[in-house]
Design a protein around this ligand. Structure first.
Ligand code: SF4
Length: 277
């Protein structure tokens, strides 16, 4: 019997995800512009690369994501949906109650949009802005080694952006002083899941950093619109004693120079000041 030709589902999923993204022009993560033609910064990417932000807003061609990222996004989305549905069906538990779940908001004074996972009210009647993050066991280990309080700085910024949006929309009657990330990960080789909720203070410094990030991106966009000039590529970092591009700019492999984590790597390289292909 001749061996049947089998479908390559990995490539199929990868191409399908790119096609779905391309079709989702109205999606929450698609680029949206305000009445002055300025693209909104999404709360989940306030700390991302400004060059990538401008490239995406300019309509640069996305090269999609590798299937590993597609699968991670799918797993993360499923876990988010599980949390979301749980808080909707059980909005009160052990003194905690749910104020909002996945509510999309647009800031009235700056180009910021976002959809915080949840705003909870604690047993002591404090507002807590909560985000869920799924991560691989190895990422969990790295996070715990790298950060004394075990919270990634970009996650604090995303939570803070959510707090600014909720306060601006007057969803809360007071400032949100506490953020909380619930990290969810599966232990290596086992069907055992770790859940760790880590609260942190939403400080003035974090609030100012979010405003700076949004302002910088808007300025970068305006400069591009006026001069066609993109922000510089992310600076190289020291790794194992030598300068290297940051992990966000890594190619998929020595042969496939498309971005492993940045879907605009080829577009970035095509402009002055970009990464080397
Ligand atoms: S490749 Fe790196 S520097 Fe270039 S747009 Fe992407 S993240 Fe930014």
């Amino acid at each position: 019997m001749t061996a049947p030709i089998l479908p390559d589902f990995s490539a199929w999923l990868e191409e399908g995800a790119a096609a779905l993204d391309a079709a989702d022009t109205e999606g929450w993560h698609g680029v949206e512009f305000d009445k002055d033609g300025v693209p909104y910064v999404h709360a989940s990417s306030v700390s991302g690369c400004p060059r990538k932000f401008v490239l995406q807003a300019s309509g640069a061609i996305s090269e999609g994501n590798p299937v590993a990222s597609v699968m991670n996004f799918a797993l993360g989305n499923t876990i988010h949906t599980l949390f979301e549905n749980t808080l909707k069906v059980l909005p009160q538990r052990e003194g905690w109650s749910v104020l909002t779940v996945e509510q999309g908001l647009t800031h009235s004074k700056m180009a910021l949009k976002g959809r915080a996972d949840a705003i909870l009210i604690s047993p002591s009647s404090e507002y807590v802005l909560c985000d869920w993050k799924s991560e691989a066991a190895t990422s969990k280990t790295m996070r715990e080694k790298q950060y004394a309080d075990r919270v990634r700085p970009e996650h604090k910024l995303q939570c803070t952006a959510g707090a600014l949006l909720a306060e601006d929309a007057e969803l809360v009657s007071d400032r949100i002083e506490t953020g909380m990330i619930c990290y969810v990960s599966r232990q290596l080789g086992k069907n055992v899941w770790d859940f760790e909720s880590i609260p942190f203070e939403i400080t003035e410094a974090l609030r100012a950093e979010v405003v700076d990030c949004v302002t910088n991106r808007v300025e970068a966009w305006n400069k591009y619109r006026d001069t066609n000039e993109l922000p510089p590529a992310l600076a190289k970092v020291f790794q194992y004693g030598k300068l290297a591009v940051p992990w966000m700019c890594n190619p998929r492999s020595a042969i496939d120079r498309r971005g492993k984590f940045c879907e605009f790597r080829t577009a970035c390289a095509a402009h002055m000041g970009g990464v080397e292909l």
